[in-house]
Design a protein around this ligand. Structure first.
Ligand SMILES: Nc1ncnc2c1ncn2[C@@H]1O[C@H](COP(=O)(O)OP(=O)(O)OP(=O)(O)O)[C@@H](O)[C@H]1O
Length: 303
């Protein structure tokens, strides 16, 4: 099957600074893919190359098999990009903006879809409002509607929830999930790792212009075998059993937090050692590693 996005040995420098230092990435149709990385990692540069806004130095970049430069018009039709920066024309109303955008794609009568988009993005009552009279979060919703006005197969969202309130964030994700359910490929960049963990099937991590990890969410999470066990005792514990001392992360009277490698330790072994203390256990909590732990340890490994 033709990949939704295919990038091979992609390079881009700005005045000698390598923003993309040879990236290979393949995203299949229908995937919900998360592109993560610290500030300045190259995420927006990669997106801008795909959107035809930045010229690559070398390498291949294709959307649904179309070269982003040679087949620019076909790429534009296949792709909808929600940009990170809020740029808008202050002289038009929301509906006018969306009609104009439809016009660029030769879509004459597009009001049914525009109305659906406005309803989904909770903008129906703002359809005739001038862009400059909208709040920041509302402008962001218009950008999302603009990116979707031509029903693109592949949708890229560059930090769409930065500065967006909780309610909109949730309704936005319901909508994006539905688009994904209908077969649209979704690529999301975000700094909210719990968002990526909740939504994406596969995640790529960029660092200094290189893809340092790209795997299913489950496989990435499995890379970090460290679990955290917090135990609350009925009375303060003075001495921790010798066997468990190397695992102690914090110990404040009644509360003891241990971190253990789930490949070499079993909880039952730890509990057995704790029973030797002969103090009642009031509460127990085991915390699985999350994407943030994996992200931090992957970035740390490469320092
Ligand atoms: N037009 C430009 N001119 C010069 N340098 C640039 C330009 N655009 C990006 N860069 C540099 O390229 C690097 C990658 O930037 P990019 O915006 O792609 O990162 P990012 O991963 O999207 O970061 P963020 O999470 O902060 O949005 C940064 O060091 C940035 O300063």
């Amino acid at each position: 099957m033709t990949p939704a996005i295919e990038v091979q040995a992609l390079r881009k420098s700005y005045h000698g600074f390598q923003a993309l230092a040879g990236v290979d990435l393949r995203i299949e149709p229908g995937e919900f893919f998360g592109l993560l990385g610290p500030n300045g990692a190259g995420k927006s540069t990669l997106i801008n190359v795909l959107a035809g806004l930045v010229r690559r130095d070398s390498g291949a970049a294709r959307v649904l098999g179309f070269d982003v430069e040679q087949d620019y018009r076909l790429t534009r039709r296949a792709l909808g990009v929600v940009p990170q920066e809020i740029v808008y024309d202050p002289f038009f109303s929301v509906r006018e903006i969306l009609r104009l955008q439809s016009g660029y794609f030769g879509l004459g009568r597009n009001d049914d879809w525009i109305d659906e988009l406005l309803a989904e993005l909770d903008l129906s009552d703002k359809a005739n409002t001038n862009m400059r009279a909208l709040s920041g979060g509302m402008k962001r919703r218009v950008l999302i509607a603009q990116a979707l006005v031509h029903r693109p197969q592949v949708v890229i969202l560059d930090e769409p929830t930065a500065g967006v309130d909780v309610e909109l964030r949730q309704s936005l994700w319901r909508f994006v999930r539905r688009l994904n359910g209908q077969g649209h490929t979704i690529v999301l960049t975000t700094h909210y790792l719990e968002e990526a963990e909740a939504l994406c099937d596969r995640i790529g991590i960029l660092r200094k212009g290189q893809l340092i990890a790209c795997d299913s969410k489950a496989a990435l999470l499995a890379r970090n075998p460290l679990k955290t066990l917090t135990v609350v005792f009925a009375q303060p514990v003075v001495v921790v059993p010798e066997l468990l001392k190397p695992l102690v992360r914090s110990h404040t009277g009644e509360a003891l937090t241990l971190q253990y490698d789930s490949r070499t330790w079993r909880v039952s072994e730890i509990l057995l050692a704790l029973q030797a203390l002969d103090v009642d256990i009031l509460d127990l909590k085991v915390q699985e590693p999350d994407l943030e732990d994996v992200f931090v340890s992957l970035l740390g490994e490469r320092e």
